[in-house]
Design a protein. Structure first.
Lengths: 331, 290
């Protein structure tokens, strides 16, 4: 009897330990618009948006092991589709978002169909070229406003956009948790990442699963792009389809740790804070590109498992840190 | 008809230069299974180095080609150990790690060029600029023609090296079966180092010519990156002889789309072709890729 009671107590303690940080984070996330200045509401919204984007990239890049270098295209597509739906068709914002997400997912399925059947390198190349092509199309077309961009109806309400972004990002993380961490679908993806031939051998329909994962990972950037477009009210090809969108997604996911639930969030938090800090200190510049590039190289060379990997290796205890550091620096 | 011939010759001439960009890239993938995202950035940096030489030392950029080749070989030699580290060891997926690493390198190079030279568009002038040659029915700029000649020359030398020398045979053996080549006494790591620096040197040299032909700016890398990718997809990944045909087809496609449909649709047309090729013959038009 006492053993059971002990056990129950221990379990509830561990549960508390496990969920309390999450509860704390949620609480902070909910009250942020009430306690900080508009600048910091903007920055928090950006952090949340990037956390969602990095996680959606992580679905195909981290869990499935197929690197997509054109994910920014889905973001930009969502932004433009929402803009067109609101201006030219007069649809409400929410409906535009849904259409954006669905279109992005469909397009991903179409692109993925030939490229996902091949090795990862082909997929990376094809998606990269696809991203470039989408940007060029946006500059050619009339309906997107060409290189001059597109002006959406202004709705200046920072807390509103903060909560919308929060909601969508929470949905992204919940989907990842329920579908990829706790369901057969996620295990199938992991099997594909670890050994595709073996996965196929045990009866996984790899092509269909990969296309589904790709469509899922494109759906959320489409929606987030729509939110971003309505939020900043002015979009043009370089701002929503530029290569830097994909660059940031990749560097955030990699820095945080790919193939993990909280990695992209940590990565987005760290990278966006540093980015905004540099921006506040130096103003607009191109130097941040050097830092991003060097950061990607350094992460790949020294901490391929990201911050999450470091935490799992208990690097934050000094003795272990020294041991790990010695092991890492030795070439 | 005259326009058609002009376009045809133009396309072939551009294709000749694209071969140079694609060939090292293809070999790089064949030997080391590294997809180098920084290929366009090698071209861009090559063009800028050529520009710096011409600006501060004077003379014609053509005479600097050998020096630039040596400089870029050295760069490749220095960078290769890092790439080797990125793709080896206990990694989940070495190919993808290599991809991400070179992706980082390309952002680094782009950011560096933007920080140093800014957004201004530069150009290199040579003694050939502005002159033109009458080729049969069409008049072609002399510079473009010399770029084509350079491309053919480099390709022939490269092929002779790859197929007629002992070290070339070692490289091809490594590409075919890494472990077996290693067992038979090839120093695989050295081969990789050599191939990477050769690739960097050739691509950097091509960059100088491209810089002289077109304009130089920090974002030009993306275009040549796309072209190199299309060439290897068309040729079949890692199949070096296919690069020649694929690059010529690509040059023709580019110039015909540019003349008859409009230069803005270039990338769209290229992407459609690549999509169809991947759909029908994923191993390249010659079905020899890996």
């Amino acid at each position: 009897m006492s053993v059971v009671a002990e056990r129950l107590k221990w379990n509830s303690a561990s549960l508390l330990w496990r969920w309390s940080p999450l509860a704390l984070i949620s609480l902070i996330a909910l009250v942020i618009p009430w306690i900080v200045s508009p600048l910091w509401i903007r920055i928090s919204t950006e952090i949340l948006m990037w956390a969602g984007l990095a996680q959606s990239w992580n679905i195909i890049g981290g869990y499935t092991g197929y690197l997509c270098f054109g994910h920014g295209a889905f973001f930009g597509l969502g932004a433009y589709v929402t803009g067109i739906a609101m201006i030219h068709l007069g649809w409400p914002f929410g409906f535009g978002l849904l259409i954006s997400g669905i279109l992005a997912g469909l397009l991903a399925a179409v692109i993925g169909y030939p490229t996902l059947r091949l090795r990862g390198a082909y997929f990376a190349i094809a998606t990269w070229a696809f991203g470039e092509m989408i940007r060029q199309i946006a500059t050619i077309l009339e309906i997107t406003g060409g290189a001059f961009g597109m002006q959406l109806p202004a709705f200046l309400n920072l807390p509103y956009f903060y909560y919308v972004t929060l909601l969508i990002t929470v949905i992204v993380y919940l989907t990842t948790y329920l579908l990829l961490e706790r369901a057969r679908f996620g295990y199938k993806l992991l099997a594909i990442r670890e050994h595709e031939e073996a996965a196929e051998m045990v009866g996984i329909d790899t092509v269909t699963i990969k296309i589904k994962a790709f469509a899922l990972s494109a759906f959320f950037p489409g929606i987030l792009g729509g939110v971003y477009a309505y939020w900043v009210t002015y979009i043009h090809p370089d701002s929503v389809l530029g290569a830097q969108i994909t660059d940031f997604m990749v560097v955030m996911a990699f820095l945080g740790g790919i193939g993990s639930l909280w990695g992209p969030f940590l990565g987005a938090f760290v990278v966006q804070l540093i980015n905004r800090y540099l921006w506040l200190v130096w103003g607009e510049g191109t130097f941040y590109l050097i830092i991003i590039g060097a950061a990607i190289c350094a992460v790949v060379l020294f901490i391929p498992n990201g911050i999450i990997g470091l935490m799992e290796a208990r690097i934050f205890s000094p003795r272990e840190a020294l041991k790990q550091l010695r092991r890492i620096v030795k070439w | 008809m005259e326009l058609f011939l002009q376009t045809l010759i133009d396309g072939l001439l551009i294709g000749g230069l694209i071969i140079v960009v694609g060939i090292g890239f293809s070999l790089c993938f064949g030997v080391m299974h590294i997809v180098d995202f920084a290929v366009g950035e090698w071209v861009m940096v090559g063009a800028y180095i050529g520009y710096v030489f011409v600006r501060y030392l004077g003379h014609d950029p053509m005479i600097y080609l050998p020096i630039i080749f040596v400089i870029f070989c050295a760069c490749g030699w220095i960078i290769y150990p890092l790439i080797y580290r990125a793709v080896s060891g206990k990694r989940h997926n070495p190919v993808l790690m290599g991809l991400v690493f070179t992706f980082g390198l390309s952002i680094l190079a782009k950011g560096g060029a933007l920080s140093i030279w800014g957004y201004h568009i530069q150009s290199i002038t040579t003694w050939l600029s502005g002159k033109s040659i009458l080729l049969g029915v069409a008049t072609v700029p002399a510079l473009r023609f010399s770029g084509f000649i350079f491309g053919i020359l480099v390709t022939v030398l490269f092929m002779v090296f790859l197929y007629r020398t002992r070290f070339g045979i070692t490289i091809r053996a490594t590409a075919q079966d890494r472990e077996m080549a290693n067992l038979l006494g090839a120093n695989v790591r050295n081969v990789g180092s050599f191939v990477y620096s050769l690739y960097a040197g050739i691509t950097g040299m091509a960059g100088v010519l491209i810089g002289a032909l077109f304009s130089i700016h920090a974002a030009m890398g993306a275009k040549y990156c796309t072209l190199a990718f299309f060439v290897v997809v068309l040729a079949g990944m890692g199949y070096v002889p296919g690069v020649i045909i694929a690059a010529l087809i690509l040059g023709l496609l580019q110039s015909f789309v540019g003349v008859y449909i409009g230069g803005r649709f270039n990338l769209v047309a290229l992407f459609l072709v690549m999509y169809v090729v991947l759909l029908i013959t994923p191993k390249g038009i010659l079905r020899k890729g890996i």
